[in-house]
Design a protein around this ligand. Structure first.
Ligand code: ATP
Ligand code: MG
Length: 291
């Protein structure tokens, strides 16, 4: 089964994760003068090459999950990672408030329908993790979920972590490589980005007063993230807590983890057996005689 690559941003898989051990700023080794955009482009070129082999190999699928507070840079990071990828082999799904049809199913149903096929990369912009994040911050949402039993708030979150762990383990056993990125932005930096949305005419369309309301629950969200990451980071489905206050560094770090993970899979172009090679030889001969 797939094993997470080592990284300074890997969330420990032994349940020891704490928010205080996770920085929103790049590490001190980060060199502001280094051109992280150029470095990102190089990594993206490698991802592009690896994706071709992933597609031909056709045994693994890759699921990239992005979770973050508003304005952390999910969209732009997803765009950056996708920029080099063949669109035929990659799909992005955004998960917003569930529809009434979605609420008529269990909480893993809507995302399961969008899981990537073998050979492909699927990107989730938000995911089933919202069920232990926004729903944990606003437990009244549970009352719209048509759940059969009376909700026990002392147990429901650990039950949901268990459902998520079980799903991810099942997927991993069957070839899905799951990488989960938490883009960890600071409250101050979120404020700067909200301000610039308000002040900049080209960004005003992005502004939503709902985002300000959620900002008011910052500490509850941080608590929910800490609990979720602590309980669901596994070697077969690791979380990476990426410092998100510096966007070029964040995008480069995410892309690098994807690249290194794809490299660790030892993907190979399928090799043909003798019989298939013989068929190729015949086809070539037929073409030579202007078939
Ligand atoms: P953008 O603002 O860049 O368009 P977004 O992902 O923030 O992207 P919004 O429409 O602003 O999209 O917000 C989606 C909202 O839906 C978020 O507040 C998120 O927490 C909420 N959401 C997602 N999944 C669920 C869920 N399962 N239950 C309840 N709310 C959810
Ligand atoms: Mg939003």
């Amino acid at each position: 089964m797939f094993k997470a690559i080592e990284s300074e941003f890997l969330v420990p898989t032994d349940g020891s994760f704490t928010l205080s051990g996770s920085s929103t700023k790049p590490p001190s080794s980060f060199d502001n003068n280094k051109d992280y955009k150029k470095k990102l482009n190089k990594v993206i070129d490698s991802i592009q090459d690896l994706q071709k082999i992933l597609y031909a190999y056709d045994k693994h699928s890759v699921l990239l999950i992005f979770q973050a507070m508003d304005a952390a840079g999910k969209d732009s990071t997803i765009r950056a990672v996708m920029s080099g990828i063949n669109p035929a082999g990659c799909q992005v799904f955004s998960f917003k408030k569930p529809s009434s049809k979605e609420l008529d199913h269990d909480f893993l149903w809507r995302t399961n329908k969008s899981l990537p096929e073998r050979g492909r990369i699927g990107i989730f912009n938000r995911s089933y993790y919202e069920e232990v994040l926004v729903v944990r911050v606003h437990p009244k949402i549970l009352s719209y979920q048509n759940l059969p039993d009376k909700v026990d708030l002392d147990h429901i979150w650990s039950e949901r972590y268990e459902s998520i762990q079980d799903l991810e383990k099942h997927l991993a056993r069957n070839g899905t490589v799951i990488l989960k990125f938490w883009l960890n932005v600071s409250k101050d930096e979120q404020k700067n980005r909200f301000m610039s949305r308000i002040d900049n005419q080209e960004k005003q369309w992005k502004w939503s007063s709902a985002d300000l309301k959620e900002r008011g629950h910052w500490d509850d969200y941080m608590n929910a993230y800490e609990e979720a990451l602590k309980n669901t980071s596994a070697t077969w489905a690791p979380w990476y807590a990426i410092p998100a206050d510096d966007k070029p560094f964040m995008r480069y770090s995410v892309a690098k983890i994807i690249k290194q993970t794809l490299e660790s899979l030892n993907l190979k172009y399928p090799s043909l057996d003798e019989e298939e090679r013989a068929k190729l030889k015949i086809a070539r001969e037929q073409l030579e005689s202007d078939y």
